[in-house]
Design a protein around this ligand. Structure first.
Ligand code: PLP
Length: 387
């Protein structure tokens, strides 16, 4: 039987990158002694009031169809959070609630580019970006980052041509944890205005940035910025699949039509739980932010002095990149052998782009004893390599 070209476009490197992680997750589910530092799934419960609300709503029979863009009260709550975060005033007509930031990226990709178009993104990038951009038929163009994985604005501008439709990045980034600063954003905004481009900004980690804010172009260029976020990271509830897009009204109307034919509305009991989560957003974000800040320092200290490892602390988020090239192994071999020998699962940096081929990505949104054990095992593994 035949399949359309789309199936090839969605099964690229991004999808392969998860294979080791899946092995580790399956081993952990079987009760094996595995330390899973390969994914950003905060190892914390979410807020009890959020769970209570979902259960209450389920018991009350909130299991019917809901509006495609999300319930009005939910969209109002998202508008308030968005305004607090980036100063852009929006109304429910600018917002579509979808099944997580990943789903939002898919919607943005499908609504903003298509066959023959190009979308530029910064390398390194989140692993799903290549497939998510190319699912629409557009071509993904990598703009290499410079020192410390900060945007190389010249390289970025040199990638723009008449086929370019959008620039996509995450701030804080994954895997780098870099937060784009005002100067970088201003330059990107200027490029976008000059070439009439959309700007798709993935702010799924924004709640973990200092003060829960990241510099944003949304208020200055509201006609071309689409902001994506979710509660997966800031509220430690990735399994609730709750995210959104905020953009110009016309874009939101198209996104709503796509959401209609893709989701036909998301569960009402989840939407109500999200309203509760948003009502305590400040506290929830502060809790995870403080946890991540301490754990970042803890991991950094744990990796210090391990021969062959050079950790690069992020601005924010829940990941640290570590250059492993001095161990003599490629990042891919390092990941495989570390898992084989020590049952510690990290991600091969090559999964995120060309710039991180010598790095592995380690998630530190977990408890201190897991970080301790992981560092001890990594230390033992590296010592064995030297020996
Ligand atoms: C940069 C980035 N964007 C999007 C996502 C997907 O988030 P969600 O769980 O909200 O779909 C992730 C998840 O790790 C991510 O790191």
């Amino acid at each position: 039987m035949r399949f359309p070209p789309l199936v090839e476009r969605v099964s690229g490197d991004g999808a392969d990158a998860w294979v080791t992680h899946y092995h580790a997750a399956a081993a952990r589910a079987r009760g094996e002694d595995v330390l899973l530092l390969s994914i950003g799934d905060p190892d914390l419960g979410t807020i009890p009031a959020v769970i209570d609300r979902a259960i209450e709503q389920l018991r009350a029979g909130d299991i019917h169809y809901t509006p495609a863009a999300g319930r009005p009260a939910l969209l109002e709550a998202i508008a308030r959070l968005h305004h607090t975060r980036c100063g852009q005033s929006v109304s429910p007509e600018n917002i579509v609630f979808v099944a997580g930031a990943q789903n939002a990226l898919f919607v943005a990709s499908m609504c903003l580019a298509g066959s023959g178009d190009e979308v530029i993104t910064l390398d390194p990038m989140y692993t799903t970006y290549p497939a998510t951009i190319e699912v629409s038929g557009a071509r993904m163009v990598r703009a290499p980052t410079g020192a410390g994985f900060r945007p190389d604005l010249q390289a970025l501008e040199s990638r723009v041509n008449s086929s370019t439709r959008a620039i996509l990045w995450a701030s804080p980034g994954n895997p780098s944890g870099i937060i784009l600063n005002e100067r970088e954003l201003e330059a990107i905004g200027r490029i976008a205005q000059q070439h009439d481009l959309w700007l798709i900004v993935d702010e799924v980690y924004a709640g973990l940035a200092p003060g829960g804010r990241v510099p944003s172009l949304a208020a200055t260029l509201p006609e071309r910025v689409v902001t994506i976020s979710s509660l997966s990271k800031s509220h430690a509830m990735p399994g609730m699949r709750s995210g959104w897009l905020v953009g110009p009204r016309q874009f939101a109307a198209h996104a709503q039509s796509l959401a209609m034919c893709m989701l036909f509305g998301l569960p009402g009991f989840i939407q109500e739980a999200v309203i509760t989560a948003l009502s305590v957003a400040d506290d929830a974000e502060r809790r995870i932010r403080e946890l991540c800040e301490t754990r970042r320092a803890y991991l950094l200290a744990g990796l210090e002095g391990i021969a062959g490892i050079r950790a690069v602390p992020p601005d924010a988020g829940m990941f640290m990149l570590a250059d492993v090239s001095d161990t003599g192994l490629s990042a891919h071999e390092f990941m495989l052998r570390l898992y084989e020998q020590e049952r510690v699962s990290v991600m091969d940096g090559a999964a995120f782009g060309h710039q991180t081929r010598r790095f592995v990505r380690i998630c530190f949104a977990t408890d201190e004893s897991t970080i301790d054990s992981a560092c001890a095992r990594i230390r033992r593994f590296c010592a064995r390599l030297r020996g």
